[in-house]
Design a binder for this molecule. Sequence first.
Ligand code: FAD
Length: 262
Amino acid sequence: MEMPRFSEAEITRAIVDSAMRQWLELAEVDVAIAGAGPAGLTAAIYLAERGFKTVVFERRLSFGGGIGGGGMLFPRVVVQSPADEVLDKIGCRKEESSKGLYVVNPAEFISKLASAAVDAGATILLGATVIDVVFRKNPLRICGVVLQWSAVELAGLHVDPIAVCSKAVLDCTGHDAEVVAVAARKLPELGLKVVGEGAMFAWEGERYVVENAGRVCPGLYVAGMSVSSVHGTPRMGPIFGGMLLSAKRVAEAVAQDLSQAR
Ligand SMILES: Cc1cc2nc3c(=O)[nH]c(=O)nc-3n(C[C@H](O)[C@H](O)[C@H](O)COP(=O)(O)OP(=O)(O)OC[C@H]3O[C@@H](n4cnc5c(N)ncnc54)[C@H](O)[C@@H]3O)c2cc1C
């Protein structure tokens, strides 16, 4: 097998050149999503396919959030109807265990969600942590995210972050609702609060996550487990339909707000 000859410098140039062009594109986007768990990836699919320039920032070097751990490390998670429409959309296989309750393999679920998001046109950036928000006054609104490389955060290095401007910011960071938490702390006039999830009541928890998904203040939206933490609704365990449907609902809300603003 004949392989082309290339120098180390070519490899370096290829990486740096392509990454810099990507970052120039990312400086200003329609939608910035924090967290590439089920909620973040699903929201990315529905927004990118509507033509919004969408980027997902994920702290870890992998995506899928809490899906990978399955149910207490048993490699299965559950998705209930009608959220299985998302499974069908991304081509993820499902096995019906009781009426309207489907069992899914986490590895397939994660990879197909991420693949669908990328195919829809979203960008997923791994190893980047959203540490703060950008805001404007009169009227008060969130209009971007402040980012730091997760490696810099972990090392505790004193490095100034950079910002990405966006028309909408989605907090899909899961249990800690980190974006809402930082906005609540630094902009008390927004009246935001993260109260934390309640005790387990799976069915009701799922319902609340979908019903309460949406805008928490101008420019900032919540989907997935962040909704539960912001509203103090019950936890639900390894069932994921609410995460998917809340993300779909948020994508619809964002699309409507951005279309009106056009
Ligand atoms: C430790 C653990 C505990 C769980 N406990 C519960 C529970 O109590 N109740 C329950 O119903 N389900 C629980 N689950 C199940 C499941 O994780 C969630 O219900 C589901 O994964 C939430 O989906 P999500 O997309 O909202 O958030 P997640 O799946 O948590 O995904 C959030 C993603 O955001 C990333 N992220 C977080 N902060 C930032 C940031 N600042 N910048 C960039 N990326 C960020 C994370 O790395 C993660 O990949 C738990 C899972 C885990 C792993």
